[in-house]
Design a protein around this ligand. Structure first.
Ligand SMILES: Nc1nc2c(c(=O)[nH]1)N[C@@H](CN(C=O)c1ccc(C(=O)N[C@@H](CCC(=O)O)C(=O)O)cc1)CN2
Length: 291
């Protein structure tokens, strides 16, 4: 058996085509959506992700607003940039690329953003709406990676009602909000959120119908851990540098042999990453449509 591919690259391309039409309709009404990005420092991964976000914007007709800031910026100066974007009429929504350098208080920055301009769905108000179940998709933004995972599954006709889903990793951008999203009534999955303190992870893995690996531990989930026929989403990304050549490669949390046991597998790269970017565009378009 070889797993069928949850093709995030192709699915994201289809979503971008749909969004291009919605952007054209907005422009016909005199509204041009704009995405702002705030990038602090020179982390190569963050630079590459932000560059990708602006390329996507260009493709679908969204205006790009970019603030690239030095790695030693103070909290006060970063807050000034946030205030400017909150007040900027051309910026429909914006993101602060994470992680921020350690000397900055990321939670305070997220909290300072205007919730209606939070294109990542990570402002406490928007996460709170997710908890309170008041955010139908059109009312407030959903976090991009969790929403991208749900969209990727639905567009491959995979439904989670009654399924046991194991999410490995409790990070703020993926694991925690994903657990909240999947337990909503319209999705109705039963979710276990595993983390570094979980006892007997192997038993949880062997019982899961769906595994979402977002731990950032390269190759930690192998074929022998999985229930035959499981749906596996590989979200974690680790930049591994070869000590001899100095060349960096990206590695996911799921080992290659998982394809021999799983029914469906999202590749990494080419799975959830492109969906994260597509959901960001979707949040900006929806924010513009709400205005
Ligand atoms: N403010 C945010 N910061 C971060 C988020 C986020 O959603 N909001 N998530 C990640 C990084 N990220 C987006 O910012 C992201 C990561 C990966 C991809 C992606 O498309 N990856 C490609 C491979 C890319 C490559 O080859 O370099 C793939 O999976 O195919 C998109 C977005 C942390 N920070």
């Amino acid at each position: 058996m070889s797993a069928q591919i949850l093709d995030g690259k192709a699915t994201a391309a289809a979503i971008r085509t749909e969004l291009t039409e919605r952007v054209s309709a907005l422009k016909a009404r005199g509204v041009t959506p704009g995405l702002g990005t705030v990038l602090v420092g020179d982390d190569p991964g963050s630079h590459s992700y932000v560059g990708g976000k602006h390329r996507d914007c260009e493709q679908v007709g969204i205006r790009s607003i970019r603030r690239d800031l030095p790695g030693d910026i103070t909290q006060e100066d970063l807050e000034k940039v946030i205030d400017e974007l909150n007040d900027d009429d051309e910026t429909t929504g914006y993101i602060v690329q994470l992680p921020l350098p350690a000397h900055l208080d990321a939670n305070a920055i997220l909290e300072r953003m205007a919730p209606e301009k939070d294109a990542d769905g990570l402002h406490p108000t928007n996460l709170g709406r997710l908890v309170l179940n008041v955010s139908a998709p059109m009312d407030s933004p959903l976090p991009c990676t969790p929403n991208g995972i749900v969209e990727l599954l639905l567009r491959h006709d995979i439904h989670l009602r009654g399924k046991n889903v194991l999410v490995v990793g409790r990070g703020v951008t993926v694991g925690r909000p994903l657990g909240l999203l999947l337990t909503r009534r319209e999705i109705n999955a039963t979710v276990t959120l595993a983390h570094t303190g979980t006892v007997d992870l192997e038993r949880h893995l062997s019982e899961a119908d769906v595994v979402v690996a977002a731990a950032g531990m390269p190759g930690m989930i192998t074929a022998e851990h999985l229930k035959p026929g499981a749906v596996v989403l590989d979200v974690g990304v680790t930049r591994v540098v070869d000590p001899e050549t100095g060349k960096a490669t990206l590695r996911g949390d799921v080992a290659q042999d998982a394809a021999g046991v799983a029914a469906w597998l999202s590749p990494n790269p080419g799975g959830v990453g492109p969906m994260t970017r597509a959901m960001l565009l979707m949040n900006v378009v929806e924010a513009a449509e709400r205005q």
